[in-house]
Design a protein around this ligand. Structure first.
Ligand code: CUK
Ligand code: CUA
Length: 679
């Protein structure tokens, strides 16, 4: 009965929608006939599927017709999958999954081809040096910036579990570098890129005994354990991190949390939140307090403000010390040189986000229903005037809370992270309340006439929201279009697929960031890892290749010395090494029979000699861990030992042509000692 009433409503609404759609186009009589029959079709569809007028409106808001492209691209962390998800917006269609910290066979990342093998190996920790890590917890993606705007060149992401950083080249959306950041065992703060991509920042999560690699008991926590704020220098031409030109600032053994970059008025500064300034170490199992109880005693924790421009000068002046291969500014030097200040933040905070003007910094109360808004101008003035309430146990000056706070807003239960629009609003995720709260910042940025530091809107989300992101959200000019809520729980939103539920991205229309209410448009289940954070870039800023120039080595993005053209294929034997220059094109490999001896080292250079978009081949050898994608124009190098005698089939793993199934060959590994000559 309810459905029937709904349907009448729908019919009226469908007519309205259609009218709106057709009114904009000057249509012929034929079109009009189409429109009226379309109207009936829409009514019938809505009726059959039980859709409300609201549902239909939301569908239209999100819909990107087949063959059309999305306006935005979202780079979301894939959490413990160690990957990055590339998602079109507003359609919320997954466009790609980029392998970063974990092997991934489709792209050939970690399956015999040098690009992935080398990249993964490069990311292995130097301390302890004996671990081949095959997983990571991708956390906070950071796009490169020019003038405070995303520039579409590179993407960085940290590994929460292992203190590593990955660099993705957005020319081909492939990971080009993993860096095991010295003196950081686990990381959290950042990633953020400075407004002109001078540095990408990451800081430690849990402190570790210093120097990294040494041992100290937890009873020596305050004396021996330390954290680090790492400023990793970006090579502008390649996007790679250069550790020689990077530096770290030693941090007290608090637990450093999120971090964000200063911009505009605060450019040159970075801000890192913290909790556990109590320096509790847990120990319920040893008759003590749990970490959660021990870390929640103080009324204030400390927001760390670091002047990286000044730190850079201090390093140049030779006042840093190399520790594990990176320049480190000690706590003592940081305090003496005015590089490092502590700012009280109400206890157990989470999130620190700098608004587009660079003036306001918002910290979420986590257990407290307020967000605290700091004013950078006040911070700067207090630091310059040495208006301190004292110093911490490590000699770092503490600014007075009242001197630097601009305002507090009661936003609701469990405020974590904040994003901003260009109208002077902050949008804070409320984990406990499962909602997004919208509030106004200081009156110098509020462009809607609303009162500063007031809650103006709230929208429920489903459920337990962590981060949230706005289109072009971390730039100096956010696009006030969409907000994505990154919800940890989905509970009942999707079909049950076992006790491990997908997480839920929800697409919210910001309605231009004005005084209109936010509107929930769509849900998107995420079935890999736990996406932590995402950045959303205008799609037209990305200038990705659609094929590689002939013979490109993706590691260097230059012509491979092993690239060949058709007719140059060859096989060379040198002692126990067989080196092969092979071509791949629809629908054969040349050579297609490889004869080697058991125990030979096989070096294989395969060039996909095609220059047709999407004419990707794959190369895989049965019973060997050898598999890679060969994109048009790419030269890929494999290096493996033919350890098992036998006749092995190799084949193309991409359905590239009508004769794809015929695109195969033989790796003949003759038993050791056999008389047959090879090749
Ligand atoms: S943290 Cu706040 S919800 Cu690791 Cu970015 Cu996840
Ligand atoms: Cu080449 Cu299938």
């Amino acid at each position: 009965m309810k459905l029937r009433a709904k349907t009448a409503f729908v019919a009226a609404f469908a007519g309205m929608v259609l009218l709106a759609l057709t009114a904009s186009a000057a249509c012929s009589d034929n079109d009009k006939k189409g429109a009226s029959s379309g109207n009936a079709d829409l009514d019938a569809i809505a009726q059959e599927r039980g859709l409300t007028p609201e549902d239909m409106k939301h569908a239209l808001q999100q819909f990107v017709p087949p063959g059309s492209h999305d306006e935005y691209v979202m780079f979301a962390s894939g959490g413990h999958s160690g990957q990055v998800l590339v998602i079109g917006m507003p359609s919320m269609r997954i466009l790609k999954v980029i392998a970063v910290f974990s092997p991934e066979p489709w792209q050939g990342y970690g399956y015999g081809a040098d690009w992935g093998e080398q990249t993964l190996a490069e990311g292995n920790p130097t301390i302890p040096a004996d671990t081949d890590l095959t997983w990571g917890d991708t956390h906070h993606p950071a796009l490169s910036e020019t003038g405070g705007e995303y520039d579409g060149r590179y993407l960085y992401i940290n590994d929460r579990a292992n203190g590593r950083v990955g660099m993705i080249d957005l020319r081909d959306f492939r990971t080009k570098q993993l860096v095991a950041v010295p003196n950081i065992q686990t990381s959290h703060g950042g990633m953020f890129v400075t407004p002109n991509s001078e540095y990408v920042h990451v800081s430690s999560k849990f402190p570790e005994p210093w120097p990294a690699g040494s041992y100290a008991d937890l009873t020596e926590y305050q004396q021996k354990y330390r954290g680090a704020s790492a400023w990793l220098k970006i090579d502008q031409a390649t996007g790679r991190i250069n550790l020689d030109e990077s530096f770290e600032v030693e941090l007290p053994p608090y637990t450093q949390d999120l971090a964000d970059s200063g911009k505009k008025v605060s450019e040159g500064w970075g801000f890192i939140g913290s909790f556990n300034t109590e320096m509790a170490t847990g120990g319920i199992s040893e008759g003590g307090n749990s970490l959660e109880a021990g870390a929640s005693r103080n009324n204030f924790d400390y927001l760390h403000a670091i002047n990286w421009k000044k730190a850079e000068e201090v390093v140049k002046a030779g006042k840093a010390e190399k520790i594990n291969g990176i320049n480190v500014i000690s706590l003592e030097t940081a305090a003496a040189e005015g590089i490092f200040y502590l700012i009280p933040e109400p206890k157990s905070p989470h999130g620190i986000d700098v608004d587009p003007s660079g003036r306001y910094m918002v910290v979420g109360g986590k257990l407290d229903p307020h967000v605290t808004v700091y004013d950078f101008n006040k911070i700067k003035a207090a630091a310059d005037a040495k208006d301190f309430e004292g110093q911490d146990a490590f000699g770092i000056p503490i600014l007075k809370f009242d001197s630097v706070v601009a305002g507090q807003v009661e936003v609701g239960a469990g405020p974590l992270h904040t994003q901003f629009d260009s109208q002077g609003h902050g949008y804070t995720s409320l984990f406990l309340e499962s909602a997004v709260a919208k509030f106004t910042l200081g009156d110098d940025v509020v462009k809607t006439g609303e009162a500063p530091f007031t809650l103006v809107d709230k929208i429920p989300v489903h459920y337990n929201i962590g981060h949230l992101a706005i289109t072009e959200g971390d730039t100096v000019t956010p696009d006030d279009k969409y907000l994505v809520a990154l919800n940890k729980w989905s509970i009942d939103r999707f079909l049950t697929v076992g006790p491990l539920h997908p997480q839920n991205f929800q697409l919210i229309d910001l309605k231009g960031g004005g005084t209109e209410k936010m509107e929930m448009i769509a849900d998107m289940p995420i079935g890999v890892g736990e996406p932590h954070y995402t950045q959303i870039i205008k799609a037209d800023k990305l200038k990705a290749l659609d094929i590689y120039p002939a013979g490109t080595d993706p590691t260097t993005m230059t012509t491979s010395t092993n690239a060949i053209v058709a007719g140059e294929e060859k096989v060379e034997r040198n002692g126990n090494t067989v080196e092969v220059w092979m071509s791949a094109q629809r629908s054969h490999f040349t050579p297609d029979i490889l004869r080697v001896k058991e125990g030979d080292r096989v070096i294989l250079h395969v060039t996909n000699i095609e220059q047709t978009k999407d004419a990707t081949h794959g190369f895989a050898i049965s019973q060997y861990n050898v598999q890679a994608s060969l994109e048009p124009g790419e030269t890929t190098n494999f290096d493996f030992i033919a350890s098992k005698a036998g006749a092995y089939n190799f084949y193309c793993t991409e359905f590239c042509s009508a004769l794809h199934l015929e695109m195969a060959g033989w790796l003949l590994v003759e038993p050791a000692g056999s008389a047959v000559a090879a090749p």
